[in-house]
Every structure is written in structure tokens, then in C-alpha cells.
Design a protein around this ligand. Structure first.
Ligand code: PEP
Ligand code: MG
Length: 570
């Protein structure tokens, strides 16, 4: 049995699929019979073509035609007659195996494209590399594993998962995730919760212990991963899963109700959005808006910078589905990289040139996004723009200047845009939390990002499971810092929400509600449970709970208070 940290609660049983990301490369080996080697090559091309066609139709089904068209380009490159001819010649003339010949020939194209000035052509290098790995996979007997082409119910085991790994995920077949690194606020954890898939992260050496195809029982209520479980355990797992389904079904009655306490205080429950795919879950779970639209996925899932028009289209899709929407501008850096944006290697990327710090320097990128947002927000009721990782008032002023310049350029171009847009910031750096009062004078709203706020306040890397014990949503020190932010915001008459993962933790949500938070934004899967709980308590109950919690010096005491509160009221 392996053990890790619970990232997304639930039970799952499935066949293990180990995602080990190695770049395949072929040794130079001679080919005795060129005809057979050429046939091997053609077989690999046919199998790759079949994959790409399935990926294309799955993408069209789950996302849209535009995303699916990427695979048309891949198919064209796969069938390129020039590449094919060169590989066949090399096999025949140099008597080398197909894998070696194919790698050599495609490498020449990759190098050639990489050296081109034009960004579009440079991005094609990544496309060819992608196809190369797929074809080599077949030739070397290590086929590429696609999370969108699965036959069995599957539990994915990986070191970590990036948004692009999970982009084409077959949601009918992927039942769980296990990763070796990461804590509750790592991006794998956030994605898993958004998709409602059980996940355990920080399961050390999982890839060494689990083999492809083994049956796994993932108990993401204890953090245990059972390898080849016995019949007893399997039966127990099935019972627990059924119970869970029943509980979820009972909560559905809250899906189309606004969130209110027993005495009618409203507390909107929004959802965090990380990709267009999650829009469905968001509606199904009755989110009352989007409190954090992480726009990174638009930039990370492609090989080149998305154009203004492409961005406008994606933003509109969201705004037309749900509102209010708080859109966060690009939060790149830390653990999130863009393949087409070269950044210097940093000693401490989480303390480095990320988010607003980076976009203030990459002005074209920033302006394109702001313009796209202003255009897409035209004629919409409630779209707000939020800047991430603001540490000082100067950064906020600088970001607002770029927003004004972006609007001016649209004016010059004669393009219609939203002229009255609310602008706010994430409070996720202690300096900003302590300066909430001043920052509030220059903002329309705040949203507290506790994932990073905890990381920076307790100096605990959110990706490092060894320091995950410092991630404590009910720590009175954190609560007091949050209280400072709420008071700072309210003094200036602006609203303040929480969009870090603690918002979706029932205990933390009760405390935040009692502290006077104006909105909570969480993974969609948590909305109904919290709405149901809030409907059973009064504002007075919540306020007195928060008051007592804030007066405590020790987290244990706060935990006891919460336990007693839930026993009494829920
Ligand atoms: C946060 O830091 O709390 C947050 C919501 O942002 P992210 O998790 O995307 O860094
Ligand atoms: Mg953050």
C-alpha cells in the first residue's frame, strides 16, 4: 500500500496507467532487410494516424472544432511525402532501422523550424517533435500514452500532471489520479477537484511501486492507494462509492438555489474555472458565478501565443455561459511555464519573475490579453478584471496604467469595448494583506488567494509534500491575516472574496462566512455541500464561531471549536 495526501476526496478503482515522461531516442542499429524495416515504418505511421484521428474527433466532441483542427495539421505533417521519402531512402541506402532513420530525418526539420524568425514556424517545431515521439513510440515498442484514448477505467499515476496532460482527458474513463509530488494546492490537485475526480498527491515513489495495468483502489478519503486489492477491499470500495453517489444526489436539490443562511444572509458561492471543459461541472453544481477564471490554460495548451481574436472567442464562451466572472490576468511563472516564452532560469521561481511582475514587463502580451478582455466584456453585465500577485501599490498603479493604455489603443483602432470594467487584485502576498487598507482605495474588489498567501506567510512551498504540514487553513495566524484584509476592504466599501482552495473546505468556509467574507469561490464539486451547510446555520452562529476562533492562539483549539460547532448545527 502507498500513502499520499488527499487532493480530491472520493473512492476509485481502476487499472493503473503510469505516465513516465521520457523523451524517446533510437540507437543506430542496422537493418538486415530494408523491406521489413520500411514496412515497420509504414505500420507505425498508420497506427499514429489512427491515434491522431481519434484525438481529433474526441477533441471536437469535448472541446470544439477549433481545437480539433490542431490535429489536422499534425496529420498533414505525419503524411508529409518528403519526410516519408527521405526516411525510406535512408533505410535503404544506409541499412539502418526505421526508428533511427525517422528520428534523424525529423530532427533536421525540427532544427530548421526552430531557427526560423517567424513565431508561427518556430511553433511547428514542437508539432513535429510531438509527432516524432508518437511514431518513435510505436517503432520502439513504447507507445505514447494518451489520456484521451483509454479503453479501461483508469487511474493515472504520474510524477505530476500539467494542464496540457489533462487537456484531452477521457472523463468517462479516468477515475483517479495519483502523483508523486504536490500538496493540496498543487495544480494537479486543483484540476482533480474541478473535475470531481478522486486524487492523492505526494505519494512518494508511486511510479516505482506501481506497474501499468495493475488494479488500484484509490481511497482518497484516507490517502491510501491499494495495489492489486483483495476481493474484500474491492467490495468495500464499491459500497463506499455508491454511498458517495447517493450523498451527491441528495445535495442536488441545492443546485438552483441561491446560497443563504437560515436567517437569509446571502453569501454567493462562485466556482473557480481552469478550462472551458470545466464549464459544465460549474453549471451542474449550481455555482453562482466564477470567482477566479484562471486564464493560463489558454496560453499553456498551445505552441504559440493565442491571438487577440482567439482570446476574445474563448472569453466570450465563458461570459455567455455564466456571470459574474472575475477574470485573472495571466499568472505565469512559478510552476507554470509557457513553451514559447523564454525565461531565465531562476533559483526561486515562486519568489521570482511571475504573474503581474512578468506581464508588466511583457507588455505586448499583457496588452493583448487586456484588450481581448475589454472587447469580450462589451455588453456583458458583470465581468471583472483581476491582477495576480500584486505586492505593492506601485505594481497596482502600473497594471492599471497598462489597462488604460490598452483601452486607448482600442479607441484609436475604433474597436468597441467595455468602458466600465471593475478592476481588483488577488491578495496572496503578505505585504498586500498587511497593506489591504491602502490597496483597497485603488481597487473595486479583492479576492484572497490563500494557496499562495499560506505559501508565502509560512514560507512553505506549495509543491513540496515535506512542508505540507504547514498548510493549515484554520491556523489563527492565517485567520487574523485574512481578517485584516476583510477589514481593510470593508473600510473602503469594497467587496472581498476568497478564491484559494480553503474556500471549498467546509470548516474554513464556516469561519470565513463568520468573519464577514462577501463571496467564496471554490472548485465546483464543493459548492453544494457548503450551500447545504450554510442553510442550516444563522449569521449569529457563524459570527460567534469566528470570534472565538480568532481569539485562540492554538490551531488545536480552533479545530475543537469547529468540531463542536458541526456537531451542534450540522
Ligand atoms: C491562490 O494563490 O490562492 C490562487 C487562487 O491562485 P493559484 O492557485 O492559481 O496560484
Ligand atoms: Mg496564486
Amino acid at each position: 500500500m502507498l500513502k499520499g495526501k488527499i487532493a480530491s476526496e472520493g473512492h476509485a478503482v481502476g487499472k493503473a496507467l503510469c505516465l513516465e515522461k521520457e523523451t524517446l531516442s533510437a540507437e543506430k542499429e542496422s537493418c538486415e532487410n530494408p523491406k521489413t524495416c520500411i514496412k515497420d515504418f509504414h505500420d507505425a505511421l498508420d497506427r499514429s494516424e489512427k491515434d491522431l484521428r481519434s484525438l481529433r474527433s474526441k477533441t471536437a466532441e469535448t472541446l470544439d472544432e477549433d481545437h480539433a483542427e490542431i490535429f489536422d495539421a499534425h496529420l498533414e505533417m505525419l503524411r508529409d511525402v518528403e519526410i516519408k521519402g527521405q526516411v525510406e531512402n535512408m533505410i535503404e541506402n544506409d541499412s539502418v532501422q526505421a526508428a533511427y532513420a525517422y528520428e534523424k530525418v525529423t530532427n533536421q526539420y525540427i532544427d530548421m523550424f526552430q531557427e526560423m524568425e517567424d513565431e508561427y514556424f518556430r511553433a511547428r517545431a514542437a508539432d513535429i517533435a510531438d509527432i516524432q515521439q508518437r511514431v518513435l513510440g510505436y517503432l520502439l515498442g513504447k507507445p505514447v500514452k494518451d489520456l484521451s484514448l483509454l479503453e479501461d477505467e483508469t487511474i493515472v499515476v504520474a510524477r505530476d500532471l500539467t494542464p496540457s496532460d489533462t487537456a484531452g482527458l477521457d472523463l468517462n474513463k479516468v477515475k483517479g489520479f495519483v502523483t508523486e509530488i504536490g500538496g493540496r494546492t498543487s495544480h494537479t490537485a486543483i484540476i482533480a477537484r474541478a473535475l470531481g475526480i478522486p486524487a492523492v498527491v505526494g505519494a512518494k515513489d508511486a511510479l516505482q511501486n506501481v506497474k501499468d495495468g495493475q488494479t488500484l483502489y484509490l481511497d482518497a478519503t484516507t490517502g491510501e492507494i491499494h495495489i492489486d486489492p483483495n476481493e474484500n477491499l474491492l467490495q468495500g470500495a464499491k459500497k463506499k462509492a455508491t454511498k458517495e453517489e447517493k450523498r451527491k444526489a441528495a445535495l442536488k436539490k441545492f443546485a438552483d438555489k441561491p446560497t443563504k443562511t437560515k436567517d437569509d444572509r446571502s453569501l454567493p458561492l462562485f466556482a473557480n474555472l481552469g478550462s472551458l471543459k470545466e464549464l459544465v461541472a460549474l453549471k451542474e453544481n449550481g455555482a453562482e458565478g466564477v470567482g477566479l477564471f484562471r486564464t493560463e490554460f489558454l496560453f499553456m495548451d498551445t505552441d504559440s501565443m493565442p491571438s487577440r481574436d482567439e482570446q476574445v472567442e474563448a472569453y466570450r464562451k465563458v461570459f455567455e455561459t455564466i456571470q459574474p466572472v472575475i477574470v485573472r490576468t495571466l499568472d505565469i511563472g512559478g510552476d507554470k511555464e509557457l513553451p514559447y516564452l523564454t525565461q531565465d532560469k531562476e533559483e526561486n521561481p515562486f519568489l521570482g519573475h511571475r504573474a503581474i511582475r512578468l506581464t508588466l514587463e511583457q507588455k505586448d502580451l499583457f496588452k493583448t490579453q487586456l484588450q481581448a478582455l475589454l472587447i469580450a466584456a462589451k455588453n456583458q453585465d458583470d465581468v471583472r478584471i483581476m491582477f495576480p500577485m500584486v505586492a505593492t501599490t506601485e505594481e497596482l498603479k502600473a497594471a492599471k496604467r497598462v489597462l488604460a493604455e490598452s483601452a486607448d489603443s482600442l479607441e484609436d483602432e475604433g474597436v468597441d469595448y467595455q468602458k466600465n470594467i471593475k478592476v481588483g487584485i488577488m491578495i496572496e502576498i503578505p505585504s498586500a494583506a498587511l497593506n489591504a487598507n491602502e490597496l483597497a482605495k485603488q481597487c473595486d474588489f479583492f479576492s484572497i488567494g490563500t494557496n499562495d498567501l499560506i505559501q508565502y506567510t509560512f514560507a512553505a512551498d506549495r509543491m513540496n509534500e515535506k512542508v505540507a504540514y504547514l498548510y493549515r487553513p484554520y491556523d489563527p495566524v492565517l485567520l487574523r491575516l485574512i481578517k485584516t484584509v476583510i477589514e481593510g476592504a470593508h473600510k473602503e466599501g469594497i467587496e472581498v472574496g476568497v478564491c484559494g482552495e480553503i474556500a471549498g473546505d467546509l470548516n474554513a468556509a464556516l469561519l470565513l462566512a463568520g468573519m464577514g467574507i462577501d463571496e467564496l469561490s471554490m472548485s465546483p464539486a464543493s459548492v453544494l455541500e457548503i450551500r447545504s451547510a450554510l442553510s442550516e446555520v444563522t449569521s449569529n452562529d457563524l459570527e460567534s464561531l469566528a470570534k472565538k476562533a480568532l481569539a485562540n492562539a492554538e490551531i488545536d483549539e480552533v479545530e475543537k471549536l469547529l468540531e463542536a460547532f458541526r456537531k451542534e448545527h450540522l
